[in-house]
Design a protein around this ligand. Structure first.
Ligand code: SAM
Length: 247
C-alpha cells in the first residue's frame, strides 16, 4: 500500500533485520536514509536495489516537503536511520507529523532498538521505565537533568557516548550517592556485547581501570530508593515526607 514506512534496521547484528523490513525496503519506491552510505552497506548485504535519498537533521525540513509531495501521489517511502528504530533518538518525527497532517498513511515496521534491548536484559524493573534519549553533553545541564529525575518506582534508560560515560557516572554518583545501582549495556547484539551491573561507584572504578572505553552504550538507573540516595536527597525526602504527614 502507498504510505510512509518507518523501518527498523539492526543495531549491530545484521540478523536482526526482519523479513517484513526486507520486503518493505525491496518494494519501496525510495528509501530515505539518515546516511545513504551507511544504509547502502545494509542494502548491498541483502541485495536490495531500491534508490536512496538522504534525510537527516540538516535537510529534514526541505526533504519532508519533497517526500510528502511524492507520498500524496501514491508513493511508498521507507524511512531508515543508521541503526535501530527511526524516530527514537533519530530523525523521523518531523515527516511522520507532516504525513499524518497530509492524510498519508504511516506504518511502523518494528525491529531492533537499543533501549529496549538493554532494558530487557538489565535485570532492572521493566514494568515501569522512562526513556530519556541522550543526557545533555554540557556538565551543568547534565547534572540538572539528573537532579530532575523523578524518584520512585521507575527505571531510567539513557543513551550515552563512550567518551562521556565516566563524567556521567561521576555526576550520577554525586546526585544519587555511590550505592545507586546501575546497569551499562555496551555493544548490544555485537561480538563484544557486555553488561555491567552494580553500584555506580563499583562500575566507575571498573571502567576507569580500562585503557579505553569504546562502543555504544545504554545506561540504566535502577529505581531510586531512599537507601540508595545521597545524604542531600535523604534530607529532601525526609522533608517531603514530614510535609506530607502534616497536610
Ligand atoms: N534509533 C536507535 C535505536 O532505536 O536504538 C538509537 C539511535 S541513537 C542516535 C544511537 C545511540 O543508541 C548510541 O549512542 C548508543 O547510546 C545507543 N546504541 C545504539 N546501538 C547500540 C548498541 N548496539 N549497543 C548499545 N547501545 C547502542
Amino acid at each position: 500500500a502507498p504510505g510512509l514506512y518507518l523501518v527498523a534496521t539492526p543495531i549491530g547484528n545484521l540478523e536482526d533485520i526482519t523479513l517484513r523490513a526486507l520486503r518493505v525496503l525491496r518494494q519501496a519506491d525510495r528509501i530515505a536514509c539518515e546516511d545513504t552510505r551507511q544504509t547502502q552497506k545494509l542494502l548491498n548485504h541483502f541485495e536490495i536495489r531500491t534508490p536512496t535519498v538522504s534525510y537527516h537533521m540538516h535537510n529534514e525540513g526541505s526533504r519532508t516537503e519533497e517526500l510528502i509531495a511524492e507520498l500524496k501521489n501514491g508513493a511508498r517511502i521507507a524511512i531508515v536511520s543508521d541503526a535501530g528504530t527511526p524516530g527514537i533518538a533519530d530523525p523521523g518525527g518531523q515527516i511522520v507529523a507532516a504525513a499524518l497532517a497530509s492524510g498519508v498513511d504511516v506504518f511502523p515496521i518494528p525491529g531492533a532498538n537499543a533501549a529496549i534491548s538493554g532494558l530487557i536484559a538489565s535485570g532492572l524493573n521493566t514494568e515501569r521505565f522512562t526513556f530519556h534519549g541522550f543526557l545533555p553533553a554540557k556538565a551543568g545541564q547534565r547534572k540538572t537533568a539528573l537532579e530532575d529525575l523523578v524518584r520512585g518506582d521507575v527505571t531510567h534508560v539513557f543513551y550515552e557516548a563512550p567518551h562521556r560515560i565516566l563524567d556521567t557516572l561521576a555526576d550520577i554518583e554525586g546526585v544519587f550517592g555511590p550505592n545507586q545501582h546501575i546497569v551499562i549495556a555496551r555493544e548490544l547484539t555485537k561480538m563484544h556485547e557486555e553488561f555491567l551491573r552494580g553500584t555506580v561507584a563499583d562500575l566507575r572504578s571498573q571502567l576507569s581501570a580500562r585503557a579505553s572505553i569504546r562502543g555504544e552504550i545504554v545506561l540504566m538507573l535502577a529505581p531510586t530508593t531512599i537507601e540508595s540516595t545521597s545524604e542531600d536527597k535523604k534530607n529532601t525526602l525526609a522533608a517531603e515526607v514530614s510535609a506530607m504527614m502534616k497536610s
